[in-house]
Write a protein that binds this ligand. Structure first.
Ligand SMILES: [Zn+2]
Length: 328
């Protein structure tokens, strides 16, 4: 072997062994079909066990306005890198949904949205995720493949489109509940857009605004002929991180690993020109979320939570747009 080849070989070996020494933890590949069918199987088993609460009974508990006493965990005292934010969040974010009987194949299928654990047995999601159930129990599914059924509504707010649920386990990994983030702050969303489970996106807070939307406008109730009339005025936060249908109920997370909002709507806004064949001159996808201060109003924090008030941002009224609910 020539000297040159030996040199190349030794450089290669050195590089290779360095790569091993600095190897990151293995990256788990998400198997979307596998996750979907594991959730379906577990939910059918739970239904057959007869231990689950019916969707109708759960829906009735949505009149519980709280606040619920919940022991919250503290956020990180240090700024986290995006991989660190993901690593913490993926343990707390869940799929949440129920099964429906398919008209085409007579099998059970799952309709799934997003949620997150704020205590070992407590999950937060949108009000409309709980409300739009038609017969089958509601369940949550974690990234490590565990399924638990939703046992009780602890507190809910129809106007804000929020629900806090007790789940039949005490093994969930809690994420910290933060305070409203300033405009321009980095935020991350970990959610399940259109069955692309555990998709991590990044952006920043764009603005706070006053918006006319309500749970009545959302999801199934609209399909069943629900009113499209403007709902009560609520405060919302817009962000540039992308999400889609199925992301509803997902956390917006800041760089200290704390929840600063809850994803609820995705809207395509279009500017229109009255002249010409194509009247649409510009479109933009607009992502509107519930500020975490609305979630905090449903909670009496106990434990390590530092309940310092965040500065409130004021907003202007929104223009007309065609809203589309983000899930499930
Ligand atoms: Zn089918």
């Amino acid at each position: 072997m020539s000297l040159r080849l030996l040199t190349i070989a030794s450089i290669w070996l050195t590089t290779f062994s360095l790569a091993i020494a600095h190897a990151a933890p293995p990256i788990a590949d998400i198997d979307d079909r596998g996750v979907h069918s594991a959730f379906q199987r577990a939910m059918v088993e739970q239904m057959d066990s007869g231990e689950t609460i019916s969707a109708a009974d759960l829906s009735e508990q949505l009149d519980r306005t709280g606040p619920a006493a919940i022991e919250l965990v503290a956020p990180s005292s240090q700024r986290l890198t995006p991989p660190q934010v993901y690593d913490r969040a993926q343990r707390s974010v869940v799929l949440i949904g129920s099964l429906y009987k398919c008209e085409n194949c007579d099998q059970w299928h799952a309709g799934l949205g997003s949620g997150f654990a704020i205590a070992p047995s407590v999950v937060v999601t949108n009000y409309h995720v709980v409300q739009s159930r038609n017969g089958t129990p509601l369940g949550v599914h974690t990234i490590d493949g565990k399924t638990y059924y939703v046992a009780e509504v602890l507190a809910a707010d129809a106007k804000e489109d929020l629900a806090i649920l007790r789940v039949d386990t005490d093994k969930l990994s809690a994420i910290a509940v933060g305070h409203d983030a300033p405009i321009g702050a980095d935020v991350f969303v970990l959610s399940h857009p259109v069955n692309r489970f555990f998709t991590f996106t990044r952006g920043m807070i764009s603005r706070y605004m006053l918006s006319h939307e309500s749970a009545v406008q959302h999801g199934d109730s609209e399909k069943n002929g629900g009113s499209k009339a403007p709902g009560p005025r609520v405060r919302r936060v817009a962000l540039t991180a992308n999400y889609s249908k199925g992301s509803s109920g997902a956390p917006l997370i800041d760089d200290h690993g704390a929840v600063v909002g809850v994803a609820c709507r995705r809207t395509q806004v279009a500017a229109r020109d009255s002249k010409g064949p194509d009247k649409t001159v510009g479109t933009m996808n607009f992502h509107s979320c519930i500020p975490v201060s609305a979630l905090r109003r449903l909670i009496t924090p106990t434990g390590h939570d530092t309940a310092t008030a965040a500065p409130s941002a004021s907003g202007a009224t929104t223009g007309a747009d065609t809203g589309e609910n983000a899930g499930p």
